[in-house]
Design a protein around this ligand. Structure first.
Ligand code: GLN
Length: 321
C-alpha cells in the first residue's frame, strides 16, 4: 500500500459513500430485538499492525456480532477438536443458498456445506470441546479483540432463543441425521450455545482488531502474542473468502477481494493483505443479509487503498462501482 495515502481521509470518504446507499437496505427484524437498532448508523475502523487506529462514524456503537461469531467458534472448534474431526462433520464448499437454508441438508448432502452458514455453525458449535464452551468462546473473543469488557446482550439472546424456530428446525434435522458431534445431552444445549455466541456484543473497532490479528497470521502485533496458530488462521481466512458473505460471497470477492465475515447485526470484519484489519457497522442489510452501507465502505477502502488480495497493491478504479 502507498504509505503516503491519507487513510483517515479515505475512511471518512468511504463512510460518506456508504451513507448514500443506506436507503437500499432494511434493519433485520426476524429476531425482534434486532429491529431496535438505529437504522442510520454507519461507522468503520481500520487498524494498522503498528497499532495506529483510524476511525470514523459510529465505530464505537456496540452491536451483536451474530454470524461473525461463526469465525470465532470455528477457531475454538479447530483448537479443541482438531481439523479432521471438525471437517468430518462439515464441508468446505460455498453454497448458493441463503445463510439459514435447510434445503441442502435434504437435497444435496446431510453434512452442512460450510461452517459460515447456520447449519454449519450449529455443527461446529457441537464440536467444541470445553467444560464451559461459552466461557471459552468469550475469553477467545476478548483476547482476539483486545477488549476485556466484551459481553453478551441478554435481550438479544432471549429474543433469538424465543424466535429461533428455523435454527431449531435445522438443529433437529442435524440431530436426526447424526451429524452433531460431542457428548451433548440435549440438542437445545447446542442451540443455546449458538444463540449465546451470536449475541456477544462488539464494536467496529473490536472487529478491526480481530481482523488485524487474522491478517498477521494469528499474532497480535501490538503485544507480540501468538493467539491462534497460522494453520488455523489460514483455514478460517480461506473459508471467510469463499463463504463469509453467504450467497453473495462470489460477487463480494470480485468487488472487494478480502476475506470477510458479516452478521445480521450489521457488522463486517475484513482482513487486508498488508496486515491491516477493518471493522464496519451499519445495521441496514441488503437482501442477502449483509450490511449494505458496510459493504460499500469496505469496497471503497479496497479500491482507494489498493487492498484487493488479487491486485498489485495499488489503488484501482473499480469497474464494479
Ligand atoms: N443469529 C443469527 C441466526 O442464526 C445469525 C445469522 C446471521 O448473522 N446471518 O439467524
Amino acid at each position: 500500500m502507498d504509505e503516503t495515502l491519507d487513510i483517515q481521509a479515505v475512511l471518512e470518504a468511504a463512510i460518506a459513500e456508504g451513507r448514500q446507499v443506506l436507503y437500499e437496505g432494511n434493519v433485520a427484524d426476524y429476531i425482534p430485538e434486532l429491529a431496535k437498532a438505529a437504522p442510520g448508523s454507519l461507522g468503520g475502523c481500520l487498524i494498522k499492525p503498528d497499532g495506529t487506529v483510524y476511525a470514523a462514524g459510529d465505530y464505537d456503537i456496540p452491536f451483536t456480532m451474530q454470524s461473525i461469531s461463526k469465525t470465532f467458534s470455528l477457531i475454538l472448534a479447530l483448537q479443541t477438536a482438531g481439523f479432521n474431526r471438525v471437517f468430518s462433520k462439515v464441508g468446505m464448499e460455498p453454497t448458493g443458498d441463503r445463510f439459514d437454508s435447510i434445503l441442502q441438508l435434504e437435497l444435496k448432502d446431510w453434512h452442512p456445506f460450510n461452517p459460515m452458514i447456520n447449519a454449519g455453525a450449529i455443527v461446529v458449535s457441537s464440536c467444541i470441546r470445553a467444560k464451559d464452551p461459552f466461557d471459552e468462546f468469550l475469553k477467545l473473543v476478548r483476547k482476539l479483540c483486545a477488549n476485556d469488557s466484551i459481553s453478551m446482550n441478554e435481550r438479544v439472546y432471549y429474543s433469538e432463543k424465543q424466535s429461533g424456530t428455523r435454527n431449531r428446525a435445522i438443529a433437529y434435522i442435524l440431530m436426526n441425521d447424526h451429524i452433531l458431534d460431542g457428548e451433548w445431552e440435549d440438542v437445545e444445549d447446542i442451540l443455546d450455545l449458538y444463540f449465546r455466541m451470536c449475541s456477544v456484543m462488539v464494536t467496529a473497532k473490536d472487529l478491526a482488531h480481530y481482523a488485524m490479528v487474522l491478517a498477521n497470521d494469528g499474532i497480535d502485533p501490538t503485544t507480540g502474542e501468538q493467539i491462534v496458530t497460522p494453520d488455523i488462521v489460514r483455514v478460517v481466512k480461506t473459508l471467510m473468502l469463499l463463504c463469509g458473505m453467504y450467497d453473495e460471497s462470489g460477487e463480494y470477492a470480485v468487488k472487494v477481494g478480502l476475506p470477510s465475515k458479516s452478521g445480521v447485526g450489521g457488522g463486517i470484519c475484513a482482513v487486508a493483505p498488508n496486515g491491516m484489519g477493518i471493522g464496519v457497522f451499519g445495521p441496514k442489510l441488503n437482501k442477502k443479509g449483509n450490511s449494505v452501507g458496510g459493504e460499500k465502505v469496505i469496497q471503497y477502502l479496497s479500491s482507494h487503498l489498493g487492498l484487493h488480495m488479487l491486485s498489485d497493491g495499488k489503488p484501482y478504479k473499480s469497474i464494479a462501482f
